[in-house]
Write a protein that binds this ligand. Structure first.
Ligand code: CS2
Length: 510
């Protein structure tokens, strides 16, 4: 490997004509793999087709590794599109600068206030928005948020946005769009609400101008993003080196499928992302629900059940028939009935495509990656469909099993060993849940405490003890008899509820 020359602008010309770097128009917060394999690719396509001052200034929140690697490579990197049929490489040249936000938080504020920046995009993960999972309001009890409110260089994304927009308002108030690209429902209005809540915590004399500016010139369009992008491994770097003939320390792997549905509200203009296949639509809400529930919700089930059955990767997990059966049942029976597909999207095709995507064994997406941060992810994926089913008199047994699987992985009850893939999952609620688990007598007590008292899945589900109890019973089943017994129990209960004899119960509830 080390004998290969490094990828940079001088070596890349051997591969294709590299366009000259454009002037910056986009500030992107969250320079992780997903951004590099998604928005950057669409932006490179827009630049290649239409040109324009839409280069990206990429801000990594903490990771120096990726910034150093990109700088050493003239900001170039490879996206390796991986499928069982093979690997193809592309080098999207869309970045004009990159830096580490934690090293230079004042620069983030200054860049947000710079009138040349007309679009701000975000991929900071579900966990990066500093809101309370119980209430979905800004978590002012979070020490980082409290510090940002006190002043000084802001460290949280919401603090940076609020302080940057405050400065932008004072500097003349040039219009701008803030575009969340994270898997949050109504991600645009959610981000706007949190930024406003931050400003409203400040003395009125400090925030009035910024709040007026938000009303007049700042848009927060919603968007649905979709592309499976696993973490980069040493194996990937090696494979890219072999194919490219150059050493690339910032390569990212991705699946062939990619999708971006965006609400077209850009008061200061935007790149022609449709050149890369983005869809501008008024139906973003439907796209979001479809994706966050059918793809992400089922993904969580596959990750937790798979990890408990010893599967390191999503394709390994979904190849195991109990997991596949549970995934099909949760998708068809519990997530699909809770959504209205956007026009032109066929649910049967969408579902078929999901199973093909999950089965992409060459990609090696890890169960521990999808299972991480479940406390914030499940909060987006689970409550709506559960409430939808309960309102129809149905218990969503497979979603309850997903949550039971999550608790079994993250907060194992005394003596239960969920295995190495569960141990590798990180989660901001791990400590709090472990503490609950250490005091709980059984699964039911743990689930009721987590869901109804800790409000792990939000206020509305905290008021549904029957769901929490079902989660608890399935958790006890996993701990006492194993994950397969819990899967069988959930599938049997679902089948029983569908049998004609259950009609009387349904009538009764209706
Ligand atoms: C996954 C997502 O990690 C997860 O929870 O469900 O990252 C998923 O791979 C992407 O949203 C696909 O677009």
């Amino acid at each position: 490997m080390s004998v290969l020359p490094r990828l940079d602008r001088s070596t890349a010309v051997r591969l294709s004509a590299m366009p000259a770097p454009p002037a910056a128009g986009i500030l992107h917060l969250g320079l992780g793999s997903f951004h590099r394999a998604h928005q950057a690719v669409y932006t490179a396509a827009a630049l290649a087709r239409d040109g324009g001052d839409w280069g990206i200034v990429g801000v990594a929140s903490r990771s120096r590794r990726v910034v150093d690697a990109l700088r050493a490579q003239d900001l170039l990197y490879t996206v390796a599109t991986i499928s069982p049929e093979g690997t193809s490489l592309a080098i999207p040249a869309a970045h004009t600068d990159v830096y580490v936000g934690a090293d230079d938080p004042q620069r983030v504020v200054a860049d947000l206030a710079d009138a040349a920046i007309r679009v701000v995009t975000l991929t900071v993960t579900e966990n990066g928005y500093s809101y309370s999972a119980a209430t979905e309001h800004l978590d002012v009890t979070d020490p980082a948020v409290a510090a940002d409110l006190r002043g000084g260089a802001p460290r949280t994304t919401i603090g940076q946005l609020a302080r940057g927009l405050q400065r932008r308002a004072a500097a003349g108030g040039a219009p701008v769009s803030i575009l969340s690209c994270d898997n949050l429902l109504s991600n645009g209005s959610h981000t706007e609400k949190l930024v406003r809540e931050f400003l409203q915590e400040l003395p009125a004399a400090e925030s009035a101008e910024a709040l007026d500016y938000l009303d007049a010139a700042v848009a927060f369009p919603s968007s649905m993003v979709d592309r499976i992008v696993p973490a980069t491994t040493a194996g990937l770097t090696e494979r890219v080196g072999a194919l490219l003939g150059l050493r690339d320390e910032a390569a990212v792997p991705a699946e062939p499928f990619t999708m971006w549905a965006v609400e077209d509200r850009f008061p200061a203009g935007r790149p022609a992302w449709e050149a890369g296949g983005a869809v501008f639509t008024d139906e973003v809400g439907r796209y979001e629900l479809l994706k966050v529930r059918l793809l992400n919700g089922t993904h969580s089930l596959i990750a937790y059940l798979g990890a408990l059955r010893g599967a390191a990767t999503i394709p390994d997990a979904v190849a195991q028939s109990p997991v596949e059966e549970a995934a099909a049942a949760v998708l068809r029976g519990e997530y699909a009935p809770s959504v209205v597909p956007p026009s032109g999207v066929d649910l049967v095709d969408y579902e078929r495509q999901l199973f093909v995507r999950w089965a992409n064994g060459a990609l090696g997406h890890r169960t521990s990656q999808v299972g991480s941060d479940g406390s914030v992810k499940l909060r987006q994926r689970v409550p709506g469909p559960v409430l939808h089913a309960l309102a129809q008199g149905r218990m969503p047994h497979l979603i309850a099993l997903t949550v039971a699987g999550y608790l079994a992985c993250l907060a194992p009850l005394g003596g239960f060993d969920p295995g190495p893939h569960a141990a590798a999952m990180s989660d901001p609620a791990r400590e709090r849940l472990a503490e609950l688990a250490s005091r709980a007598r059984d699964g039911r007590e743990l689930a009721v405490r987590a869901i109804c008292e800790l409000r792990l899945l939000g206020d509305e589900l905290a008021a549904e003890p029957a769901f929490a109890e079902r989660v608890g019973d399935l958790l006890s089943r996993i701990v006492e008899r194993g994950v397969d017994a819990a899967i069988a129990d959930s599938l049997d209960a679902t089948r029983d509820a569908e049998r004609p004899s259950a009609a009387t119960t349904k009538e009764h509830v209706r």
